[in-house]
Design a protein around this ligand. Structure first.
Ligand code: SF4
Length: 90
């Protein structure tokens, strides 16, 4: 029997089922995502970025809230297993 090696992800994450990206061309730099989730997003200039190591993580309601709250719909959350877009929600 082979031991399952946990995938790498944010601190404490052993099952990085979701992936988040910010579309640099779509982002208008409102800073909403940084205010909601400063551990995942940063706004170094005109567009937000996902912090290094924070792109993959366990399913997270707060991440969906950030995607839903983005005024430019620039945040996309994807289920890595299925490829389905889970955020922003319709
Ligand atoms: S909330 Fe959306 S538009 Fe605002 S900084 Fe984040 S990604 Fe950019």
């Amino acid at each position: 029997m082979t031991a399952r090696v946990p995938a790498r992800g944010p601190e404490g994450c052993t099952d990085p089922a979701w992936h988040v990206e910010v579309d640099q061309d779509q982002c208008i730099g409102s800073g909403m995502c940084v205010a909601l989730l400063p551990k995942r997003f940063v706004l170094p200039g005109d567009a937000a970025r996902v912090l290094p190591g924070a792109a993959d993580g366990v399913p997270d309601e707060a991440l969906l809230d950030a995607a839903d709250s983005c005024p430019a719909l620039a945040i996309t959350v994807t289920d890595r297993a299925t490829g389905r877009i889970v955020g922003p929600r319709p």
